[in-house]
Design a protein around this ligand. Structure first.
Ligand SMILES: [Fe+2]
Ligand SMILES: [Fe+2]
Length: 137
């Protein structure tokens, strides 16, 4: 699995795009990792690092977007925020799994999928719609 920020993910709002770029850069270590050929300690360290990052920076990033939405009275605030909450719920269950079982291949793969699939889908639809709205006002 590979992950890289690409122009097709741009929202057109620099603050948001720069944060998305940072997220991609920070999770790429885990996402691009070949779990079959990695020693367990490295897996544990990488996963822990990414989970901590997701719970911190990504939370702040959501707040940035939600701040824009409130400030400019974005009409789709509720549904956008709901997606952020869904992400945080899945994130919390990953953390609970990790705390209980450590960096099993299942958790590493689930985090990779969660991070990539959710983020790409959310950015390409929901965040880009927000970007288009912010640019239109
Ligand atoms: Fe968002
Ligand atoms: Fe976003």
């Amino acid at each position: 699995m590979e992950i890289q920020w690409h122009e097709s993910l741009a929202t057109g709002v620099d603050t948001i795009d720069n944060q998305h770029k940072e997220i991609f850069a920070r999770i790429s270590g885990l996402v691009n990792m070949d779990i079959e050929n990695l020693d367990p300690e490295k897996k544990e360290v990488e996963l822990h690092k990414v989970l901590r990052f997701l719970g911190g920076y990504v939370l702040d990033h959501f707040k940035t977007e939600e701040g824009f939405m409130t400030q400019y009275h974005y009409p789709d605030y509720d549904s956008h925020k709901k997606e952020h909450i869904e992400f945080l719920k899945s994130y919390s269950s990953l953390v609970r799994m990790f705390e209980k079982e450590g960096a099993t291949d299942l958790i590493v793969t689930a985090t990779q999928n969660q991070a990539v699939d959710w983020l790409v889908k959310h950015i390409k639809g929901t965040d880009q719609r927000l970007g288009a709205f912010l640019k239109s006002i």
